[in-house]
Design a protein around this ligand. Structure first.
Ligand code: IPM
Ligand code: MG
Length: 364
């Protein structure tokens, strides 16, 4: 029995979280596991209800869970609030409270979508890499920080332990992939980056079979667009990872397709990379695939049910292959569908693939 803390949040977060729940229930049923959801507020909706974007009760529910699913936070309505009350502050506080030091964002090309990218087909074919972004340190959290009318400042700082733990995770995962890590920094300018680089190389001594290279962040941004096939695992700090993962995301066609997992030593949180998209919220138009793909990561990483995760990905692929598209990935000759319809198609395909593979046979 797995306990899932469900935090739909704001805007389209609510709709895509509903899709996630449907998929989780279907998959759990087919793989004979039980799941229990506990739903909580986070972000703007929590601010409206309780005067804070993240309550202790929500954090406690996450502490009591096996996995957290988060939709999205934020919206125009809360943009002028002070920093510590903004919906985004809730996300940062939650990451920190749960110790989610590694953020994994895969950049994978779904074959049927190869034409929706702004890059050429030849450049994209076969692209498959992951960004390992440090999530609870660096300039996002460094002290001192602040601003007045004359000056603004933040601090980019990393401790050895913070670099070691994410580097180890990246090397381990690389071993199960193409065995290549590129560590991204700005060591030509920043001391903190030189330190990052030194530590990564020290950790590498325990993983001599994995190929390690360094790259400056500006060059990396350019290389992702120029020749994304060269990457397998990109290992980088919080701010650089924030930026690089958006670039990586966009080359795959739509931000609406990108899942993420945030892992620590005790807790895990899964969320689509896209935001709350207030302009299309509540209209049953949002693309649920990033959310559903995040569910696949949940089964793989938190529940150790890789087969289930793989089947979800297969179901997504088949749905796209059948020509179903939400508005963000729509192209000529395809069938435009709503959030609900897309979710329903994925679920139907999941069931079909499951039975075709004879998995149902073992259920008697
Ligand atoms: C992300 C987002 C967040 C971040 C914001 C909303 C705080 O851009 O998850 O990439 O910068 O980490
Ligand atoms: Mg971002």
């Amino acid at each position: 029995m797995f306990k899932i803390a469900l935090l739909p949040g704001d805007g389209i977060g609510v709709e895509v979280a509903a899709s996630a729940v449907q998929v989780i229930k279907t998959v759990a049923e087919h793989f004979h596991t039980e799941v229990e959801f506990k739903e909580c507020l986070i972000g703007g909706c929590s601010y409206d209800a309780h005067g804070t974007p993240l309550t202790d009760e929500t954090i406690q529910t996450c502490y009591d869970s096996d996995a957290v699913f988060l939709g999205a936070v934020g919206g125009y309505k809360w943009e002028s609030l002070p920093h510590n009350l903004k919906p985004e502050a809730a996300l940062l506080k939650l990451r920190k409270s749960l110790g989610l030091y590694t953020n994994i964002r895969p950049a994978k090309i779904y074959k049927p979508l190869v034409d929706s990218s702004s890059l050429k087909k030849e450049v994209l074919d076969g692209v498959d890499f992951v960004v390992f972004r440090e999530l609870t340190g660096g300039i996002y959290f460094g002290e001192p920080r602040g601003f007045d009318t004359e000056r603004g400042f933040n601090t980019m700082v990393y401790s050895k332990e913070e670099v070691v733990r994410i580097a180890r995770m990246a090397f381990k995962v690389a071993r199960e992939r193409k065995n290549k890590v590129i560590s991204v920094d700005k060591a030509n300018v920043l001391e903190v980056s030189q330190f990052w680089r030194n530590v990564v190389h020290e950790v590498h001594k325990d993983f001599p079979d994995v190929e390690l290279n360094d790259m400056y962040v500006d060059n990396c941004a350019m290389q992702i667009v120029r020749n994304p096939k060269q990457f397998d695992v990109i290992l980088t700090s919080n701010l650089f990872g924030d930026i690089l993962s958006d670039i990586a995301g966009m080359i795959t066609g739509s931000l609406g397709m990108l899942p993420s997992a945030s892992l620590g030593s005790k807790y895990a949180l899964y969320e689509p990379v896209h935001g709350s998209a207030p302009d299309i919220a509540g209209q049953n138009k949002a693309n649920p695939l990033a959310s559903i793909s995040s569910v696949a990561m949940m089964f793989t990483y938190s529940f150790e049910m890789k087969k289930a995760g793989d089947l979800i990905e297969e179901a997504i692929n088949k749905t796209l292959d059948d020509g179903y598209r939400t508005v963000d990935i729509m192209s000529e000759g395809c069938k435009l569908v709503s959030t609900d319809k897309m979710t329903e198609r994925v679920i139907e395909n999941f069931k079909e693939i499951y039975h075709k593979q004879g998995l149902g046979v073992f259920t008697l």
